[in-house]
Ligand binder design. Structure first.
Ligand SMILES: CC(C)(COP(=O)(O)OP(=O)(O)OC[C@H]1O[C@@H](n2cnc3c(N)ncnc32)[C@H](O)[C@@H]1OP(=O)(O)O)[C@@H](O)C(=O)NCCC(=O)NCCS
Length: 282
């Protein structure tokens, strides 16, 4: 007889949660290994709520997990998985249903998640739970900076002004990991972010928030005045490159409905992965 109990994720040690995540992702399509520090970073950056996240214990041992991020009326699945030996017994579905119920109780209207387009095990599970494909997200890498278009200059910009500019001009919603809530959490947690504006004749036509870490530049947010993308996108990408970022520039989850997407794709980036951005409406 096997006994399954669902418990809040903060009722097990952080290190046990890390071990469970690493086990659940041990045969994932993209190699993934986290440490206690990276788990703390994820919990803090993405507003993952350990007390509303759920772990399934099988005969007392943690075997399945669903991490729930909460931001007002929106929620996000910040990782979920089942240890290989415990799969196909309905545990993935149980932890997901449990966190969706927690989200509903907390007044959430939409639950979002991303799933690799190659993940043939998780996609049917999410569809069965009612999640629907909204758009494609690309994980891209540029090895070289593009040329800055003639007449465009770039200059450092204030973060608050960049966030205001983004609010004003954003048409495609940013995915959870790079949206304003995450940016503000990074600032609170002391991460060094850079902001750049692209200008033509003194007028700001686009802004970017980016970061350099571990030899790599990352694009966190880029917004252009509608119609100015072909000028501002290459200029802002070029400005994010630095000699110390010799591994190029990465853009996590660039939405296909973002105006920068066709321009970035036209620069022949390396594709690390594509994901389905999926939503469940409660
Ligand atoms: C995806 C995953 C969580 C499924 O967990 P699980 O406990 O085996 O899933 P369940 O037993 O609850 O299955 C529920 C439904 O999901 C789908 N599903 C699960 N595994 C599947 C597989 N190998 N092939 C196709 N569909 C599958 C089915 O619709 C299944 O219903 P069914 O058993 O009646 O056919 C698990 O395979 C896993 O941890 N994978 C690695 C980590 C991962 O990919 N996480 C998701 C990241 S986005």
């Amino acid at each position: 007889m096997t006994d399954v109990t669902l418990v809040p994720a903060d009722s097990i040690e952080l290190s046990a949660l890390v071990t469970l995540m690493n086990e659940a992702y041990s045969d994932y399509d993209v190699p993934m290994h986290i440490e206690d520090a990276s788990m703390r970073f994820m919990l803090s950056s993405f507003d993952l709520d350990r007390s509303e996240s759920r772990v399934a214990l099988l005969d007392g041992a943690p075997v399945a997990v669903a991490l729930l991020g909460l931001r007002g009326a929106r929620a996000w699945i910040g990782g979920m998985g089942v240890a290989p030996a415990a799969r196909r017994r309905g545990l993935g579905e149980r932890v997901m249903r449990a966190v969706i119920e927690r989200a509903r109780e907390r007044g959430v209207r939409e639950v979002w998640l991303e799933v690799l387009t190659t993940n043939a095990r998780a996609i049917p599970l999410y569809e069965r739970l009612g999640f629907r494909h909204v758009r494609r997200l690309d994980v891209l890498k540029l090895a070289q900076p593009p040329a800055t278009p003639a007449g465009v200059t770039t200059a450092p910009f204030e973060l608050e002004a960049a966030l205001e500019f983004a609010k004003l001009h954003r048409r495609a919603e940013e995915p959870w990991q790079r949206e304003e809530g995450s940016v503000r959490n990074w600032v609170r947690d002391g991460l060094a972010l850079e902001c750049t504006a692209a200008q033509v004749g003194g007028r700001t036509i686009g802004v970017a928030i980016h970061r350099i870490a571990a030899g790599r530049a990352s694009m966190l947010e880029m917004i252009s005045v509608p119609g100015q993308e072909s000028l501002s996108t290459p200029a802002l990408l070029a400005a994010a490159f630095r000699p110390e970022a010799d591994q190029g520039l990465r853009w996590l989850n660039l939405p296909q409905d973002d105006a920068a997407s066709p321009i970035v794709l036209g620069l022949s980036p390396e594709f690390e992965a594509s994901q389905h951005d999926m939503r469940l409406t409660l």
